[in-house]
Design a protein around this ligand. Structure first.
Ligand code: ADP
Ligand code: MG
Length: 503
């Protein structure tokens, strides 16, 4: 998307040229240079091979087996620095392969024969800590006996303490839980050589600053510290100053694949901004949309307006408990909710594979955040819409975005959209909530079996089945969901009667 964006007759380059001239000098000067990508992430870049790095033959063989054939751009930029032992600040978007960048480093620093904790990774949430643990396990497969422990809520402190007693090389966890173990002296860090702060931006948002400080201060002074983040808010620099030594910085500004993201800007007034979102949704009809607002209040207001328009929308905000957050994400990912409304903070770390549209309900003042937002659509070989609403007061922000993206922006008027009352936008699926989950040994196949067996549905009418500890979420075709609830409640899953309701 860097250049060669198709320009239509509605493009207003003159307007932009005029606006660019208005940009204050310090903004102009600050803009592009500090954010130049170190390695271009475009598709025509031939990735570098891992074999150029000082990695052991066994490690390289395992990477090949995992089909990690070339480094991702953030890996190519950060691994030479990290493997040379430097402290590092690395910034790149979600899904860019940051985990392997630090995992290969900490595994290289590791002595498998010493049964002491040598590396510790701090993650903001349980789900992220679990993902990181899995990824390190895969990357550590070249050695038989590397022990990696995940220390998060959900398992008792006592169980984790006894696992620690048996020895672990690497621990991954949330700051609170790690701190608990340190205070109880379950977790000894004398041999620690690598400390990783993963998703540091989100940890700061979640108020973990003091916990991180507590932990970092108790790590050996002679260590390597690696900080990873998807964005670079002010707090990150301060955190780095406190806990990293002469860190080298690697920033990868996103460059979106050309033409994958079709970007349009619609002019609105502050009065019609929220109803405009409903109008756009009914016109473009995306299967799933992430709508960004600049404030929590705007999220709440938009949710109400969308619901008044019969659009199934949910919101993510920092006040949700982990369980509620999971539930929202499950409904969104299985296509029973059309729109997820969120602030940038709430959307951090989210990696949603199929997103047909991103709507910027408010234009963000930070052009880098704008690019990050719209990069969530148009993934893989799919096209995506990036629709942004701007009012006359936002024009300076638009100019900054255009300048950073090195393109002209396509502006439109809402009145261009056909007036006709368009059909309501209805998601294709409904989520059923069934009591019973992993703890009851329920597997997706059991549920699918119950629905396609005695209940008589086709497998096409059943969508994603997500089993959590205590509950199971089942996406079913909207046309049959009442029937599905009735038949599941009347029948059995794994030989037992179950409680089911639609969400
Ligand atoms: P991030 O932490 O930047 O959000 P992850 O580390 O979770 O991203 O990686 C995203 C996905 O890319 C994972 O599924 C991971 O297995 C995969 N991946 C990482 N590095 C490579 C590589 N070099 N080649 C192929 N796949 C990779
Ligand atoms: Mg990550």
């Amino acid at each position: 998307m860097k250049r060669n964006v198709p320009i239509t007759e509605t493009t207003l380059p003159e307007l932009q040229a005029e606006l660019l001239g208005e940009l204050p000098a310090e903004l102009q000067a600050n803009l592009p240079t500090s954010l130049q990508p170190i390695a271009p992430a475009s598709a025509d870049t031939t990735g570098q091979s891992f074999s150029e790095l000082p990695l052991s033959p066994a490690m390289l063989a395992n990477l090949t087996q995992l089909e990690y054939l070339t480094m991702t751009p953030i890996q190519a930029a950060s691994l030479p620095i990290a493997l040379a032992g430097h402290d590092l600040i690395a910034q790149a978007k979600t899904g860019s392969g940051k985990t392997a960048a630090f995992a290969l480093t900490l595994l290289t620093n590791l002595n498998p024969r010493s049964f002491a904790v040598q590396a510790m990774v701090l993650c903001p949430t349980r789900e992220l800590a679990d993902q990181v643990t899995q990824e390190i396990r895969r990357l550590a497969r070249f050695e038989d006996n590397i022990k990696i422990l995940s220390l998060v809520g959900g398992s008792t402190l006592r169980n984790q303490a006894s696992s620690l007693e048996h020895g672990a090389h690497i621990v991954v966890g949330t700051p609170g839980r790690l701190m608990d173990h340190m205070q109880r002296e379950n977790l000894k860090l004398d041999e620690l050589n690598t400390l990783v702060l993963d998703e540091a931006d989100r940890m700061l948002d979640m108020g973990f600053h003091d916990d991180i400080a507590f932990i970092a201060k108790r790590c050996p002074a002679k260590r390597q510290t690696l900080l990873f983040s998807a964005t670079y808010p002010e707090g990150i620099a301060q955190l780095a100053k406190q806990f990293l030594k002469n860190p080298q910085e690697v920033k990868l500004l996103e460059q979106h694949a050309e033409n994958k993201i079709r970007q349009r800007f619609y002019e609105v007034t502050n009065e019609n901004r929220l109803t405009a979102v409903a109008t756009l949704l009914k016109h473009y009809r995306p299967l799933s949309t992430l709508a960004f607002c600049n404030t929590k209040q705007q999220c709440r207001d938009l949710l109400n307006v969308l619901r008044e328009n019969g659009i199934q929308a949910l919101t993510l905000n920092g006040d949700l408990e982990q369980r509620e957050r999971d539930q929202v994400l499950i409904q969104f990912a299985n296509n029973s909710c059309s729109v997820l409304v969120a602030t940038d903070v709430a959307a951090r770390g989210l990696d949603i594979a199929q997103l047909e549209a991103v709507i910027n309900v408010d234009v963000t003042p930070d052009p880098e955040i704008h690019i990050h937002r719209i990069g969530r659509t148009g993934r893989a070989d799919q096209q995506g819409w990036a629709l942004s609403l701007y009012s006359p007061a936002d024009k300076r922000r638009l100019a900054t975005i255009a300048q950073m993206m090195g393109t002209t922006l396509e502006t439109h008027k809402l009145s261009e959209l056909p007036e006709a009352d368009e059909a309501p936008l209805v998601p294709p699926m409904v989520t059923l909530l069934m009591l019973g989950g992993r703890k009851d040994k329920i597997r997706p196949g059991d549920v699918l079996g119950a629905l396609t067996g005695e209940a008589g549905f086709t497998s096409k009418q059943v969508g994603k089945i997500t089993v959590t500890d205590q509950t199971t979420f089942i996406a079913v075709d909207r046309n049959i969901y009442r029937d599905a609830v009735r038949k599941l409640s009347a029948g059995k899953v794994k030989g037992k009667t179950v409680k089911v309701r639609a969400l």
